[in-house]
Design a protein around this ligand. Sequence first.
Ligand code: ATP
Ligand code: MG
Ligand code: MG
Ligand code: MG
Length: 462
Amino acid sequence: MKTDELREKYLDFFVGKGCLRRPSDVLVPKDDPTVLFTPAGMNQFKNQFLGIGPLDFTKATTCQKCLRTGDISNVGVTSYHHTFFEMLGNFSFGDYFKREAIHWAWEFLTDKKWLGLEPSRLTVTAYLDDDEAVGIWQNEIGLDSKQITREDEYENFWPAGSPTNGPDGVCGPCSEIYYTPPSGKKVEIWNLVFTQFNRVGDPPNNLRPLPKKNIDTGMGLERTAAVMQGFESNYEIDILRPLCDRGGEILGVKYDFASPVGRPLRRIADHVRACTFAIHEGCVPGPEKENYIIRLLLRRASMEGFLLGKREPFLSQLVPMIAEVMRKPYPELHQTIEAVSHVIESEEKQFLGVVERGLTKFRKLVDQARSANRTSLSGDEAFDLHQTDGFLIELTETLAAQEGVSVDMARFKECREEAKKASGRGAFADSVMSEGPIDALKKSGGTEFLGYEAIESKATIR
Ligand code: ATP
Ligand code: MG
Ligand code: MG
Ligand code: MG
C-alpha cells in the first residue's frame, strides 16, 4: 500500500465515522506562543479541547504536518524517528470517548477492508490505573492479557511527563498500539489519548477536569506505511527511500540501510525534507527560535555531506525530489521549488565558508599537537573551534580521527558546561546542535524534562 493511499484510507475511515476532514495546520503555528513547531495533530484544536469559543464540529480527522525538534538526535539512529513527519489523527470534542476510540482504531488496523493487519502482531499499553481501557481491550476487543501492559505516567500519560508534574495544558491518560514485524523489534504506531484534564501550575491539585471528555489520537503515517510495505525502516517507504537514493546519487555513494553512509544519508533526507516544508511556509534559517532550528538542521545535513567528501553546496538538489514524492498531498510545494532551493543554497554556502575557515585553524592545531608530540587535541581547543569558529564538534572529532588524532571530549564537555553557565541562549544553541534540545534543556540550568511541548516552548528557548 502506497503512503498516499494509506493517508487517504485513514481519513476516509474516520469520515465514515462522522469526523469532519480538516486540513493540516501550518508547521509554524501562528497563534500558539507555547511551541516553535507543530508537534502533533491536537495542537490546532487546543481551544476546542478546553471548551473555549464556538464549536462548529465535535469530531474531526486530519493529516498533520509535524516537526519535533526533540527527536533531532534520534534521526538516522532509530529507523522510525524523523524531525518532520505526518501524523494522522482523529479527534472528539466532548463527542465519542474511550470505547469508540479503541474500537475504531482496532477496526481500522485489523479489518480486511482497511489495513488488515494480523491481530496477533499488535500489542497495546494502558495507563497504570486505567482499568476501563484495559477492560475494553481485553473484554470487548478480545486481546490476550499478554498483549496488554500497563505503563507509568512517563509512557502512558500525554504529553509525557507525569500526571501531576508535566507541561501545562490539556492532557490525559493514553493507550498506545505497537506492531511487531515478523522479524524485528516492535514499534509504536498509534497513540490514543483520552484527553480529560487541563494541567495548570504545580502539583498537587493541578489536574483540572475539562468541561467535556475528549479524544485525541495520533498515528504515525511513515511508521504505519513501513508496516504496510513490509519494511522495518521508515526510510525504505515509497516517499522516503527515493530521497536517500537521491542524496547518495548527489554524493556519489550508494544508499544502503546498514552501510556507513546509511545514517548520514537518512539524516540528510530527513533534515532537508523538514527544511523544505518549513521554508516553503516562510520559516527561513536565522539566528533565533524556529529559524534557528532550521539553520541547525541545514548545517547538520551539510556537515554530513562534508564528512562524505562533498565540498560544494548540494542540499538544494534534493528539493525537486521532495516536491515530487509529496506531490499528491502537497502540490503547493512545486510552486516554491526555486525559492526554497535558493534559500537552502545560500545558507549552505555560508556554512561551508565557516567550515573552510575552521578547517585552516583545525589543521594548524593538529600540526601544533604533532610537533609537541601530542596525540590528541585538547578539549579547550576543540571547544574554541566549536564555539568561536562554528566548526561543529562532530566535524572536529571525525576529521581528527582521520588524522589519527583524538579529542579530549571530557574536557570539551566541561568547557561547554562552563559556557552554558556563563551565558543563556548561546550555550543552549550550542548543544542543540550536538545533542538535541532534550539534552540541552535537561542540562541547562537544571531544567527538568517536561515533555516535548516544554522542549519546544518559546519561553524556554529564550
Ligand atoms: P516514540 O515513543 O516512538 O518517540 P511518541 O510516544 O513520542 O513516539 P506520540 O507523541 O505518542 O509519539 O505521537 C503519536 C504517534 O506519532 C506515535 O505513535 C508515532 O507513530 C508517531 N511519531 C511520534 N514521533 C515521531 C517521529 N519523531 N517520527 C515519526 N513518527 C513519530
Ligand atoms: Mg517520542
Ligand atoms: Mg512513545
Ligand atoms: Mg506515544
